[in-house]
Design a protein around this ligand. Structure first.
Ligand code: UD1
Ligand code: UDP
Length: 384
């Protein structure tokens, strides 16, 4: 069984790691031979946005690095398609796995399905219902060309059901990790939907003890636990317009009642900041992007987080850190409904109390489920 994974942007390296680890584990205990091919589109390329994650997680270098780099959507996605096609034509994998909602996700999925290679989408069914977000377009299109849609939550399954998906395992409830799929058939025209939980929870559970023993970020930045806020901003809707970005900085400065706001700056945001030419924003302390373990440690020890990141909203929820989302809406509605997250326009100082909640995103065994589903579905194709 030959599986090609397509990644390209920071959160995808993080999501790929537990899946890769679960495939390794599967191979040790099975006589089915799985060959994994890792394709890095090159959408992210700075050391701190890409290589650091390969080093931290001990992931081998990609088998193919397409070196696509930055560009307008059409140019970047077009290059991803053209270059991925060459690789897929050469390798002819049985299945292609794509992650999340970036241009690398959409480019990879489109390329594969046009070659009639089944597509597995990890993190399917998320919706913001805002087509001005490039990610929303990527998600909707990727889901609608995918063959196996792996959702992180019941709400994600519900979104897909509303869009006409009908082949849904276990009525959209989290599937058993060892589910038997003998009655399911892979058909490019009849996509299958599974609720597997969120792979980012798997990574987080793994990372916590590593971060605790290895991270020196608090010492390096001379921070005391719970004395600071953490902030990340990188969404196009917040960074493309300097006026909007400036307003957001002023907003966070005003409402955060802590002495410091630690801000690892995404390169997209850095570009706009350079245009703004503001020497300093009060309590905001800008630092380079950090590795995953340092980020988790910064988050765990923060008093509150301000962010427009998808991943960080959920990490804050799992670590029970109050989160203020710097957006007009969120796909991760469960975090808001459970009282752990609030959209910034609805934030007031009474928010700091977390309400009782349950984990809406699975149990930390998403990767095991993903491998179980893929190996069963695609092994049978081999046998036919
Ligand atoms: C992309 C994804 C977004 C995801 C984010 C994760 C799309 C449309 N967006 O946004 O969903 O949340 O990644 O971080 O796919 N740049 C560098 N060095 C790098 C990477 C980018 O300097 O290593 C700069 C370039 O100027 C580039 C800009 O950042 O033009 C934006 O990069 P791009 O990959 O297009 O989008 P992101 O904002 O990173
Ligand atoms: N992250 C990181 N270093 C940073 C900022 C974020 O490791 O300096 C991690 C963060 O903890 C989360 C992931 O990157 O796991 C989120 O990526 P990002 O915010 O870039 O993308 P999104 O999740 O919004 O697509």
């Amino acid at each position: 069984m030959k599986i090609a994974h397509i990644v390209g942007a920071r959160p995808q390296f993080i999501k790929y790691f537990p899946v890769h680890r679960a495939f390794d584990e599967f191979s040790k205990n099975s006589d089915i031979k799985v060959k994994e091919i890792l394709i890095h589109t090159g959408q992210h390329y700075d050391y701190a946005m890409s290589e650091v994650f390969f080093k931290e997680f001990g992931i081998k270098s990609p088998d193919y690095h397409l070196g696509v780099g930055s560009g307008y959507h059409g140019q970047q996605t077009g290059q991803i398609i053209a270059k991925t096609e060459e690789v897929l034509l050469k390798e002819r994998p049985d299945v292609v796995v794509v992650y999340g909602d970036t241009n690398s996700t959409l480019g990879g999925a489109l390329t594969a399905i046009k070659l009639h290679i089944p597509v597995v989408h990890v993190e399917a069914g998320l919706r913001s219902f805002n087509k001005r977000m490039p990610e929303e377009i990527n998600r909707v299109l990727t889901d609608h060309v995918s063959t196996v849609l792996l959702c992180p939550s019941e709400i994600a399954v519900k979104n897909l059901r509303k869009e006409g998906f009908t082949e849904i395992a276990c009525e959209g409830k989290l599937i058993p990790p060892d589910i038997q799929l003998s009655t399911y058939r892979v058909d490019l025209s009849s996509p299958l939907v599974f609720n597997v939980g969120d792979v980012m929870y798997d990574v987080l559970l793994h990372a916590l003890s590593v971060a605790e023993s290895k991270s020196r970020i608090l010492e390096t930045l001379q921070l005391t636990p719970k004395s600071y806020a953490l902030m990340t901003i990188h969404r196009a809707e917040n960074t493309d317009n300097p006026v909007k970005l400036d307003e957001l900085f002023k907003y966070v400065n005003n409402v955060a009642s802590l002495s410091e706001i630690i801000f690892p700056v995404h390169p997209r945001t850095k570009k706009t900041l350079d245009e703004l030419k503001v020497a300093s924003y009060g309590k905001i302390r800008m630092i380079e992007p950090v590795g995953y373990f340092d980020m988790i440690w910064l988050l765990k020890n923060s008093a509150i987080v301000f962010t427009d990141s998808g991943g960080l909203q959920k990490e804050a929820y799992w670590l029970e850190i109050p989160c203020v989302t710097l957006r007009e809406e969120t796909e991760w509605v469960e975090t808001v409904e459970s009282g752990c997250n609030v959209l910034y326009k609805e934030y007031d100082a009474t928010f700091h109390k977390l309400l009782f909640r349950r984990n809406f995103y699975g149990d930390g065994k998403a990767a095991q489920r993903i491998v179980n589903v893929i190996t069963q579905l695609f092994r049978r194709i081999d046998e036919v």
